[in-house]
Structure formats: structure tokens, C-alpha cells
Design a protein around this ligand. Sequence first.
Ligand code: FRU
Length: 483
Amino acid sequence: MSERDLELKSLAEQEIEKHKETVATDPYRLNYHHMPPVGLMNDPNGLIQWRGVYHLFYQWMPFDTTHGAKFWGHYTSENLVNWKHEKIALAPSDTFDRDGVYSGSAISHEGRLYLFYTGNLDGKNGPEQENQCLAVSEDGVTFEKKGVLIETPEGYTAHFRDPKVWKQGDIWYMVVGAQSEDHQGKAVMFSSHDLHNWEHLGTIAGSKEGRNGELGFMWECPDIFELGGKDILMVCPQGLESDGMNYANTYQSGYFAGEMNEHNLQFNHSEFRELDRGFEFYAPQTTVDEKGRRILFGWMGVPEQYEQEHPTIEKHWVHCMTIPRELTWNGEKITQTPVEELSAMRGPVLLHSSVTIENDQKAIRGIQGRSIELNIEIDQLNEMFAIELFQYASLSYKDRILTLSRPHLEERSKTEFRRVGLGEGLRNIRLFIDRSSLEVFVNDGEEVFTSRIFPQPEEEHILFTSLGSTTFSIEKWDLNGYQ
Ligand code: FRU
């Protein structure tokens, strides 16, 4: 490790110490989600179960609550419930990554843990460049950088990043998020036999029509995997115009499903579909674990969307991850459900097996709290049903549309909305609430709303409203924290 590397890591450690107490006193700190110890967290990186242990790395700016020269922070867990914050994995300490060790992925090879990431050079001291780099570890906590593997090929701008690597038969593949010279978002493929020499194959999918393309001007954080017999390309396109209930956030996160031949770049796929309907969800990454499950973590944030409006900034930290979710293909779309391990966080259950509310608004005995899981099964609903959380957010269902609303983060006097149509009605809602976060899984995970919420810290009340009559059962658990 170079002197510069040691110096940067030590400065970051000092920054943690410096703000430790301020950060810890923030009532918006979460109880069971990954957060930065200080500074800004964004994308999940290098997600893998390696030698039995889950590794979750993350994009981290220790010195500020803005974006910049990112580090890779690192969490590990044996059970997806109890997590350990490890020492810093990667620092932007080399000539090829000095403006950021940007996002990437992990694989296991010959007993070692390989991290592929983007070395970012921002153009302020020399040309702007994004190259794909490698770091290798014997023990899973100390990483040795191996330098640049792939330079940006002809035809692309300096936005060329976020390598995701996987193996198919004997061949390693890498997909990279890119912007072509005519400003179209693309997913670019490479292949390799030895993980060191990479062949540029071409584009597997992307915007095609005109400058800035019909599917966005830049694609970030691609991920390719098989799910229930379908080939999935998950990606974050930037530059989609909002369209009815769709594409409401500044940048999007979603997927194409179809049949793919990685090698000859054939991909017959469905339309782009969003993964999440909430206010904050971006840059998800998946891995297959030893149980064969496809596990996803996402960033509970969106680039350039109210990032400076989060009240946690005055406490020197911002953003967090989602809970881990298992993906399945239900024949039509990807569904997301919280991994079953999370039930280990539960206290005793409180169950009300048949609640009817008719043209009324009510609290339900014991259904409250800020670190809780709620499971609501709808038996009958004929007009409108709403759940009001902490005098802040509201989830309401009417005319087959589910709406999440919260105060506008910039213009506090306004309310903002995110919506989704539920053609077949509302069957169930599962909520994971954690002090300043809300994850809503609808109809067994067919739709998900992921959002930050900033109610008064001590506010714990939940109210249920029905126009006409609604009958449902509700279960509630208090959830213990990770630590
Ligand atoms: C997505 C992203 C990636 C990039 C990283 C930098 O949020 O912009 O494309 O690698 O964040 O932190």
C-alpha cells in the first residue's frame, strides 16, 4: 500500500472520529439499515457472498456530504442481519483513480476476492477519463490494487463506468455503463478468459434514436443476470422524461427482461420497467448467494435529487442502503421481497385478525413505532383506504392507484406524490419502517416504494382511514437493530 493510500485512509478514519458524537446524536440515524459512519453514502458495490460471508461495499465520501473522490467502505455479515463495519477497502490514492474509486462489482476466483471498479479522473488535472480497474484480496479485507484493465474504447465519452462481472461457462463477461459520443446511454460488453485481458464485444442494449436517445443520455450501474428463466439487464438510465406515473424521479432505475446471447450481443427484450415507485431508489446491485437466491441492495437516494435537502446533513452524514431483498420472476415481472433472515430482528407479534373501518379514521391499538414491520392483508376494500404515517407521509389506495405522498423536501409547504396503478387491485402491503426510511412492498413485492421520511423524531402514530368499508388483518413487529 502506498504512502498516499495510508494517508487518505487515515484522514478518513480521523473524519469518523471527529464527527462520531454529532452523527450518533442524530434521531434520524437508522436502526437496521447501512449508513455511512460520516459523510455521504451512495451505490452498493462489490456485493458477494464469499467463503460464507456476505460482503457489501459502498460508495463513500468521508470528508463531505456531497459527491466527490469516492472511497469504498465495507460491511460484512454472516447472516444478512448482524453487520460489521470493516476497515476501508479502497481509497482514491493512485494516478488512475485519484478522483474517485467509483462503482463496481466482486467475484470469487481461485480462492481470492476480485473487485472490479472504475478509476475516475475528473479532467481537472489532465484528461477526463474513466478506466476499469482491478483490486484483489486474499483475506477479504485488505485489497491490493492491480491497476487499469480496460481503457474507454473509441466511440464513447468519458462517462464509461460501473463494471459488473460474471461467469458464463468458461468465459468471464463484464458489462459497463456508458455514454456514446452522440450522447446515448449504452450497456457495453467485454469478455475475458483470464480476468486480465479483456476483449471489447460491443453494445448489448442502449438508446438508439438521435442525440440524447429515447432511453436516456447515459446509463449507469448495469447488472446482467438470469432470473426464473429470463435474462435480465438492470440499469439506471439518465435523461428519461417523466411520463404519467412513470419516471417521476430525477434519474431512473429499472430493467429489461428477455433472451440474451452475451457473446454475439443478441438481446430480445421487453420494454424498460421501473424497479421501484418511491422517492429514493437508485443504483441497485445483485448477487447470487450460496442458497442460490438473487439478492439485491439499492441505494436509498437519487443523484442530484434533493440531496442537499436531507436534514441529516447538519449532522455530517447523508443517505443509506435499502434492506436486502430477494428477487424472483413471477412470469411477468421481477418481484422483490425482504430476505427471510430479517425476521430474526422481530420482537413478539401483535396481531389484529379482522379490523373493519367504515367511513372513519382510526388508530389501531399497539400499531405504532418507528422501527417496525407491518403486514397488512386486505380482505375487502370498496372505495378508499389510506395509512397515514407520523403526520408526515401517507399511502393511499383509490381507483386502483396506490399513492405515496410526503412533504416536498425543497418546498416544505407543498406535498409531492409517487403513484402506481394496480390493475388487479390491492391484496397486501408490507411496510418496513426505520426511523427515517420507509420501504413498502405491495402485492407480494410486485411493486415497491422506497423512500426517506423525516417526520418529527418522536412521532410514532399511525392512522388508518377508509371511505366506504375496508376489512383487513394486520400484524406488527418491533424490529431490533443490526448492531
Ligand atoms: C451512480 C454513480 C455511478 C458512479 C458512482 C460514483 O450513483 O454515479 O455511476 O460510479 O455513482 O459515486
